[in-house]
Structures are given as structure tokens and as C-alpha cells.
Design a protein around this ligand. Structure first.
Ligand code: BGC
Ligand code: ZN
Length: 366
């Protein structure tokens, strides 16, 4: 079968490869699920992997099949799989368990191991291939009604985890009624965070670099959130003028804004940081003031990465809710399809240069 792989360590090495088709018997205990891949989304992580800044092949291999935002259809199941059947639409989780206590209880996203295993990213092949096989424990069913937008589930889980973690943390307050939220970044993750916070009935201001109007600001406004360009007003200045935020979700990829966000947080507020920033940027910050406000206002800052099965399941529910509430809004995020694995060059060209791209994805099979 065909797949797209990189040679980790070598920049711009994404290319088409031929490899054996996997089988349900590759998985122990009769729990194998063979999935025919329909669509795979790509994101900044894939860009970094193809730039050789990130990512590692499975042990003993020098190629890594990329792609971690998979969406497919079950082709065959092993004898001990009862929860899925041929024809089900599915998405696989990304991280596989290590050895820490968090992995043992199924929360691989919270691993304390130094080595983590992520399909399409680190030490495990991904989903940009005609087929993949995995244990049913890692495969989540998507209802047929979400067929058009199912490829957005994996990025949605990153948002689900961050926001759920914020609510979990805020149980410390006995009562928490967040009213005002800020989302920093208006890319796929920022837009999905805007959506999820709106579905929770919260007022949302989404900050992006580009001046409005453009597609992303239209999408923000279409679900009743406000869009502010940081070229005009930074998040701290905005909060100073209009009131601070109970929850801030950071998804810009630009680490200095995290410190500015700390200054835009209301008393008892929570700041969720989700950008994976591999660089070495340094900034000067008003340390005493930030520290003082965090302390005197009982404020919280939390980092979040990856997502376990629980967040794939809640993501499906929010996507279904979004379709009922906002119609085709989710499908408007699917701006740049690329047909076929063989068009790997076009896939990366769109990912790196396409103007107005929100989600670039490969249509592996119809
Ligand atoms: C993926 C996550 C992953 C993270 C770090 C993100 O792009 O969506 O699943 O944990 O990268 O590798
Ligand atoms: Zn990702």
C-alpha cells in the first residue's frame, strides 16, 4: 500500500513510499481493527516534522509515516472486538501508553515518562497511508452524521482536553461561573476553542493577527464571538479597557503572548497554554507585577498537550452539538483538500504557503 513518510533528521523529506498492508492479526488478543483511511488533516506539527525539527521513526526504522489527524472506515475487526464493526467511521487516538501510572490508567496524555509514543509524530507510524491497524482500545467511533467533518476530531480533542482541564482545576472554587473568555489565535485550534466555549454559553473574544474582515474573523462572528486583531489591540490592553477574562485559551504558537495573557486574567481566572513552541525565543516581562497579580488573585496557569480517549468521545458530542447549533460551520474550516497520497508535494505546499488556509487535508480515499 501507499503511504507518506519522512526521513526524520532530513529536512523536506516527505515522499510517497510503498509498504506492506497491515493486518488485524498484527495486534495481540484478537483486538485488531483494520481501518481504511478516508482523510488525514495536517498541521504545524507535520510542518515541523518535515522541517526535521521534531519527530522520530519507530525503533529500527529510518522512515516515519506521518499524519496524526486520521479519519477512516473500519474494514475488518479481530475476533475479540465487539464495539466496532465493518463500515463504522472511526478516528484513532494519537498517543500510545508508556509506563507511568497515568499511562496505566489510560491517561497517556498525562504521561510522566520522558519518552512518549505518538502515531505519526514520535516512534510510531501515523495515518497518512491507505490503511492502518490498531487496538480497538484506541479507536473511537464517529457517527455517520459527522462524516463530512470527522477529520476535525483530533484537533478538536486538543481543545476538549484544555477546556475540560480548566473546569477540573476550577472545582477548587466550589463554584465557578466563567462569563468571559479570550481565545488567542484564530487558526484551527483557536476557532475550535471559540466554538467549544460558545457551546458552553460563554462570551468569547478571539484574538488573531490579521485585520478583519477575513474568513477566520467571519467564522468567529458567525457563532456570536467577537474578533479582535492584535495588530490593533493586544490582549492585555483589551482586558484593561474592557474587563479581564475568566478563562483564556492560548493557541497562537507564539510563546511571548503567554506572558501578556497572564496580565489579562481575571481574579480566580485560568490560563490554558496549548502551543508547542520548539524555538528559543526570550522576552523581558514585568515579573513582580505578573507574580503579584497571580498570587493576590488566586490565578492559575496550566499547560495541556495531546488528548486521551475521553476527549475524543466528548469531542464527538461537541461536534454533533455544533452541527445542530451552527449548521455547516465546522465544514467551513475544511478549506484545502488535496486529492490522493501521491500529491504529497501539493499537500506540503498548501500547508506552508496557501493563503487563507484553515485546515489542509489529504483525501486519501473517497
Ligand atoms: C498533536 C498532539 C500531540 C502534540 C505533540 C500535536 O500536533 O495534535 O496529539 O500530542 O502535537 O506532539
Ligand atoms: Zn496536531
Amino acid at each position: 500500500m501507499k503511504a507518506i513518510a519522512v526521513r526524520p533528521g532530513i529536512p523536506d523529506s516527505a515522499h510517497l513510499v510503498e509498504m506492506p498492508k497491515p493486518s488485524v492479526n498484527d495486534i495481540d488478543g484478537g483486538r485488531g481493527v483494520l481501518v481504511k483511511v478516508l482523510r488525514v488533516g495536517v498541521d504545524g506539527t507535520d510542518k515541523e516534522i518535515n522541517n526535521a525539527e521534531y519527530g522520530a521513526p519507530p525503533p529500527g526504522d529510518d522512515l516515519l509515516v506521518i499524519g496524526h489527524e486520521g479519519f477512516g472506515i473500519v474494514e475488518e475487526t479481530g475476533p475479540n472486538v465487539w464495539e466496532l464493526k465493518k463500515g463504522d467511521l472511526v478516528v484513532a487516538t494519537v498517543r500510545r501508553p508508556g509506563t507511568s501510572i497515568y499511562d496505566v490508567i489510560g491517561t497517556n496524555d498525562m504521561t510522566t515518562d520522558d519518552t512518549y509514543y505518538e502515531r505519526g509524530i514520535n516512534l510510531r507510524h501515523g495515518f497518512l497511508s491507505e490503511y492502518y491497524v490498531d487496538d480497538a482500545d484506541y479507536i473511537v467511533k464517529v457517527p455517520d452524521g459527522l462524516r463530512e467533518v470527522g477529520v476535525l476530531l483530533e484537533p478538536m480533542t486538543v481543545v476538549q482536553k484544555g477546556i475540560t482541564q480548566a473546569y477540573e482545576i476550577q472545582r477548587r472554587l466550589r463554584v465557578w461561573r466563567p462569563r468571559r473568555a479570550a481565545v488567542l489565535g484564530a487558526g484551527t485550534i483557536g476557532l475550535l476553542a471559540t466554538l467549544v466555549l460558545r457551546l458552553r454559553g460563554i462570551e468569547v473574544v478571539t484574538f488573531g493577527r490579521t485585520a478583519k474582515p477575513y474568513m477566520n474573523s467571519d467564522l468567529v462572528e458567525a457563532i456570536g464571538a467577537a474578533y479582535v486583531s492584535t495588530a490593533e489591540t493586544g490582549v492585555a490592553a483589551y482586558a484593561e479597557a474592557n474587563g479581564a477574562f475568566d478563562i483564556i485559551f492560548e493557541a497562537t504558537g507564539y510563546s511571548p503572548i503567554a506572558f501578556e495573557a497572564m496580565e489579562a486574567l481575571a481574579k480566580n481566572g485560568v490560563l490554558v497554554l496549548s502551543s508547542v513552541t520548539g524555538g528559543d525565543k526570550r522576552v523581558e516581562v514585568p515579573a513582580d507585577k505578573i507574580n503579584l497579580d497571580l498570587v493576590l488573585g488566586n490565578r492559575v496557569i496550566v499547560g495541556t498537550v495531546n488528548a486521551n480517549r475521553e476527549y475524543f468521545e466528548s469531542g464527538v458530542k461537541d461536534m454533533a452539538h455544533a452541527v445542530l447549533e451552527y449548521g455547516d460551520w465546522l465544514s467551513r474550516l475544511l478549506t484545502h483538500p488535496v486529492k490522493g497520497l501521491e500529491n504529497v508535494a501539493e499537500l506540503f505546499e498548501k500547508l506552508t504557503t496557501a493563503k487563507g488556509a484553515i485546515k489542509v487535508f489529504c483525501e486519501v480515499s473517497a
